[in-house]
Structures are given as structure tokens and as C-alpha cells.
Design a protein around this ligand. Structure first.
Ligand SMILES: [Zn+2]
Length: 226
């Protein structure tokens, strides 16, 4: 039952998207050849690190739900994806006995995975949070690595079509303080899908159809670059 509804949700997401894309890529013809990039889908946070929390919603769970949808949609089209995590649990090394050590070990493990992947392209999924509840909108941040800026533009245009254009801000460079983005050595973007601190947007981000739209928008961008 769950399988069927997920499948329908994916089809709906793709269909909603396809209606708004004039030059939809020939998805069914994919992947007889080697893709240009190996896509790594990173659901931000997880384990002891829930990320932002607002109105009782924990960011790590929303990130994971969208990442799993993107992975499922990519799988449906035969596009390989690597997930940095596929559950809310994280296996930490034994010596990571403090929160700080656990988070550092997890970041390191994700970085190792990214750096050991040939022709990697990183899509990190997050949700935003701000003290002023009016703040809203999806925004894509890009790393300094060549290709990241272009990818951010493609994903932003894709999101503009999938969710209301007013919800999508212009792409911006990512702060140097974000470890994962600074050290990837590959094209990388961080997708802030919306603000958990905005009650209306939080409700949307908890909605399965809205999550499908975001995942489908990321999928279409992936198809454009691979
Ligand atoms: Zn985050």
C-alpha cells in the first residue's frame, strides 16, 4: 500500500513538473551511457544533530524525507544516487563520546564519501530558520568549486517552476564556515528548501505533495546536468 502511494506521488510530482517545463529532458532515454556526474544526495543533519527546530518540526526529518523522495525518483529513471544517510540514525565511531565529537565524526564521514566519489556532484538538502517568522522562500547556496554557481542557477529555475516563483530567492554563495561545502572538491549546492520558522511554509514543508514538488524540481535539475 505504501509502495503504491509513493509511486503515485512520484508520478504526480513528475507530471506536475512536466506540465511546467517546455523542454522536458527525455527522461526515459536515460542512462545507457555514463552520466557526467555521480550525484550525492545529502540529507542535512541527522542522528544527534536535528538541525533547526521550529513549531515542533525537526529539520533533519524534513531533509531526509525530501532526500529519500529525490532518491526514489532518480531510481525510477535509472539515475544512480548516493545518499550520505538514509535514516535518522547515524552510526558514530566509539570514541565520539560527546555531541561535538559525534557531529565532527559525521561531517568527516560524509566528506570522505564525497571525496572518494569520482565525478561527484553534491546536493545538500536543508531547511531554513530565522527569528523573524515572516522570512520565507527557498534559496540555493553554491560552493566556490567550478560548476556550483551554474548548478545553483539551474536548480533555482527548476524550483521556480515547481513551486511559486515568489518562494524562490536568487542563488547566493555559501559561507566559508560550512565545512561540507568548503571541502568537497566537487560542484556542490546547498538547497534551503524553505523556512521552518514561517508557519505557512512549515505547513507546506510537512505536506507530502509539496515535498514531491521540491524533489521533482531537484530531479529535473539533476537530469539537466548529468
Ligand atoms: Zn540545516
Amino acid at each position: 500500500m505504501k509502495r503504491v502511494s509513493l509511486f503515485m506521488a512520484i508520478l504526480t510530482g513528475i507530471a506536475v513538473y512536466a506540465m511546467n517545463v517546455s523542454a522536458a529532458p527525455p527522461a526515459t532515454l536515460y542512462y545507457s551511457q555514463r552520466p557526467a556526474y555521480n550525484i550525492i544526495v545529502d540529507a542535512g543533519h541527522g542522528g544527534y544533530d536535528g538541525g533547526a527546530v521550529s513549531g515542533g518540526v525537526v529539520e533533519s526529518g524534513v531533509n531526509l524525507a525530501i532526500a529519500l523522495k529525490l532518491d526514489a525518483m532518480m531510481g525510477l529513471l535509472g539515475v544512480p544516487a548516493t545518499l550520505t544517510r538514509s535514516s535518522q540514525e547515524i552510526d558514530y565511531p566509539e570514541d565520539a563520546d560527546t555531541l561535538r565529537k559525534a557531529k565532527a565524526a559525521d561531517s568527516k564521514a560524509r566528506m570522505k564519501l564525497i571525496r572518494s566519489t569520482e565525478r561527484a556532484l553534491l546536493i545538500s538538502i536543508h531547511q531554513n530558520n530565522f527569528k523573524r517568522s515572516e522570512a520565507h522562500g527557498a534559496q540555493i547556496f553554491y560552493s566556490k568549486h567550478p560548476g556550483s554557481f551554474e548548478l545553483a542557477g539551474i536548480v533555482t529555475r527548476s524550483l521556480e517552476r515547481a513551486i511559486a516563483p515568489t518562494l524562490t530567492k536568487a542563488p547566493a554563495p555559501i559561507a566559508d564556515t560550512i565545512y561540507l561545502m568548503k571541502n568537497t572538491g566537487c560542484p556542490a549546492i546547498l538547497a534551503e528548501c524553505g523556512f521552518l520558522s514561517n508557519p505557512e511554509e512549515r505547513a507546506l514543508l510537512m505536506d507530502d505533495d509539496y515535498r514531491n514538488k521540491i524533489a521533482a524540481a531537484l530531479l529535473v535539475a539533476v537530469l539537466e546536468v548529468t
